[in-house]
Design a protein. Sequence first.
Length: 129
Amino acid sequence: MIIYVPNQTESVSDQFDGGGIEPGEVDDTPTVRCSRCGDEWDLGYELDTLRVGNRAIERFALDHKRHTGHFPDDAGAWSVMCECCPDGDEFLTERPARRWAETHARHTGHDVSISHADDGSVTIDAERR
Ligand SMILES: [Zn+2]
Ligand SMILES: [Zn+2]
């Protein structure tokens, strides 16, 4: 039988003796939130198993898009939305987003808006040929 005795932690404030924690195991694993899934992930899998280093967020974002159809919040994704039809898509970088918008405008004559979380949005004007 195991009796759990809670530690008296009231008097312990920010004092932390680091007991049992190895250097390098400090919890600095980046996390990614997705408001559409209502969930949050740390990137330990990307860092430890896939070993993608500082591209972990990018890799996570691409995998998330592949499996769920959308990018998580922190990906800084570019989203393109047609203003005339329900077509649209999301991209991790500006170039493919802009190309999608221009191609869609070219073939359909529709105006397409491109928006980015940080930079606001621009509209690709179909009249500009
Ligand atoms: Zn999601
Ligand atoms: Zn359209």
